[in-house]
Design a protein around this ligand. Sequence first.
Ligand code: FEO
Length: 396
Amino acid sequence: MPTANIAPGVDWVGALDWTVRDFHSFSTFEGATYNAYLVQDQKNILIDTVKESFADTLLQHISSLLSLERLDYVLCQHAEPDHGGALARVMAACPQATILCNRKTEEILRSYHPTANNWRFQNVTSGESLSLGKRSLTFVEVPMVHWPDSMVSYMPEEGLLFSNDAFGQHYASSGRFDDQSELNHLLYEAKVYYANIVMPFSAPVAKALNGLSGLKLNQICPSHGVIWRKHVAEILTAYQDWHVTRAQAKIVIAYDTMWESTARLAQAILDGATADGVNVKFHHVRKTSFNDIVTDCMDAAAYAFGSPAMNVLPMPTMVGLLSYLKGLKPLNKKGLAFGSYGWSRGGAEGCDAALRDMRVEIIREPISVKWRPKASDLETAAAAGRQLAAIALSQA
Ligand code: FEO
């Protein structure tokens, strides 16, 4: 993949990870990208690096545009190893360069990199600007988007925002720009990324977005996925919706099942919930990735989670999903739990406890059915589905 020009003297020099399918448990079905940007001016600066295993690609890309000994700065906006991993290789190749970062990033980099004591650091803080010559960069710290050290940088002369994790997507594509992929697909990938990476930090994201208002944004250059140049307004609007986790008229039914008893309850809830104007998402938790399920959960108004009892607990995959979802801190949801059991309860009850633990407003007691659901049990489940539909419609 060649470098890509973004603006005069500003080029993408990152790497594509086409075949990665797991990114610290994020299922990356479309691979990943590690974006780095080279700005050439009176001072030359590399904005972020890449995952360590792609250091050669990064160095080749830089070398194709600039002699490595002419690199003046490496800006590290976030120390996580998908962006800071190749720093040791870059600093070995460019020992004259100064690392620009905030104090927190420096602390983390020194922990990760044994050679960091050999590096020259220059700390920057929010609001500080660095003149590169004709262009400049202004730094804005955005703590918890996505680590405490996270920072973005703005180049006012070109209207470029180097947004690091914000506005990213785990998406490897042959085109570097948003107009080279199908927009709805990109927005979905950005939504999956937001739900799985950014959702717990919605408040700092909202604060960061407020800080961007009024800036001229010709392009947003994230550290993952495509560069937004044609659809800047669309991705900003999408983030405005996501950061308040605005609920849609939408229900998520997610279940596991052993011998189809809980599946029958799930189907009855689905039948009850299906109504004009209601978007129902129906997931068997061992057949859909957690990433897709929690993406649906992000903007749903209501949940139904179900599992049979296995050793007095919900089934392991459901336990994992509920634990994962809890960590993502979905806000303002209503819901219920359901499930079957044989001799000891625990499936529906465990789901109910987990929903309460994540502060979902519980709308009824768990639907807990011994062995096979009877017709009356299925009617109870269908009625619960209708209750969910009414909640969803109240959001419309
Ligand atoms: Fe893409 Fe939080 O690193």
